[in-house]
Design a protein around this ligand. Structure first.
Ligand code: TLP
Length: 339
């Protein structure tokens, strides 16, 4: 089976298993796990922030950030197709008591400064006040598009001018940095916190990082505890996380595979493919007279897995566990599935 459902499906290789087996550990709630401490130090260094916090999942990283930045009852500005809005169980409302106001970030999923200003609500006797702007890069739902740092700067500056802090869901931050050929720290520069996942394209079995100022991370550490994310001898999972940081340099390979996949599938009758910018390929199957589920069932019968991303849209994701040969085989199988 060639599994292109997500870049989360990678399994840890020998080096990661070895790192897990040999990690120095301690109780991380006491701040005594040397492997976690090293991971937090390196992660902060890589994104150019003062500090970072190891969290079990990307969802927890985003939710901890929202809770740490805001007061209950405030509003959060989120993009209408963003992961925090669509796929985190309404966590901003459930876990932080936030009222969410959605902004339509258009084709690339990034709100303009005008939209931020229009969406802002000033606190008064009747109105809750805006407590957060949340952005996403790469934008998953829009097809893994890598948002130009200038666009992030503009939205973040507009929020800051209104005294609103900015969080970036950078689950695939390093994919964005690779595609844009800028250091990740450049993308992170204008925001107050960033979450990035170790468990996606970087291949770790588990874990994400939340990064920001020392003061923010100190408070986020308390929020993580509140959300049940205070871990103990977490070095056994942080060890593979450190290995994952070494996989940043190979993300370009995934992007190249996505490009090859997209080109080949676009040439198939009935399929229309958005040119990918990173490792996510969105395929519109309407022209084949199928909906996404029927198309995916046919693909699965031939040995290829993808995800439904809309009525007639399917997502294929390239990752560490598929090579060029797998991509070529996948294309053949999709052709057979449609025949
Ligand atoms: N995304 C998953 C699914 O939930 C859709 C995937 O397969 O792409 N932010 C973004 C932009 C994400 O894409 C994801 C996961 C998360 C946050 C949450 O990360 P986890 O799964 O670690 O909680």
């Amino acid at each position: 089976m060639i599994d292109l459902r997500s870049d989360t499906v990678t399994t840890p290789g020998e080096a990661m298993r070895e790192a897990a087996a040999t990690a120095d550990v301690g109780d991380d709630v006491y701040g005594e796990d040397p492997t976690v401490n090293e991971l937090e130090r390196r992660a902060a260094e890589m994104v150019g922030t003062e500090a970072a916090l190891y969290v079990p999942t990307g969802t927890m990283g985003n939710q901890v950030a929202a809770r740490t930045h805001t007061d209950r009852g405030q509003e959060a500005l989120v993009e209408r197709e963003s992961h925090v809005y669509k796929w985190e169980l309404g966590g901003f409302a459930q876990l932080s008591g936030l009222q969410v106001r959605t902004l339509d970030g258009g084709e690339r999923g990034v709100p303009t400064p005008e939209q931020v200003r229009e969406g802002y609500v000033e606190e008064d006797l009747h109105r809750p006040g805006t407590g957060l702007l949340s952005l996403e890069n790469t934008h998953n739902s829009k097809g893994g598009v890598a948002i130009d740092p200038a666009k992030i700067d503009a939205a973040a500056d507009a929020a800051h001018d209104l005294g609103v802090p900015v969080h970036l869901d950078g689950a695939r931050l390093f994919n964005a940095a690779t595609a844009l050929d800028v250091p990740a720290s450049r993308i992170v520069e204008p925001v107050d916190s960033v979450m990035f996942c170790l468990s996606k394209g970087l291949g770790a079995p588990v874990g994400s990082m939340l990064a920001g100022s020392e003061d923010f991370i100190e408070r986020a550490r308390r929020t993580r505890k509140l959300f049940g994310g205070g871990m103990r001898q977490a070095g056994v999972i942080a060890g593979p996380g450190l290995e994952a940081l070494d996989n940043v340099d190979r993300l370009a390979e995934d992007h190249e595979h996505a490009r090859l996949l997209a080109e080949a599938l676009d040439a198939v009758d009935g399929l229309s493919v958005q040119p990918p910018e990173t490792n996510i390929v969105l395929v519109d199957v309407a022209g084949a007279g199928l909906d996404a589920e029927a198309f995916l069932d046919a693909c699965e019968a031939e040995g290829v897995l993808g995800s439904a991303f809309g009525e007639t849209t399917v997502r294929f994701c390239t990752h560490l566990d598929v090579d060029r040969g797998d991509i070529e085989t996948a294309v053949e199988r999709v052709r057979t599935a449609l025949a």
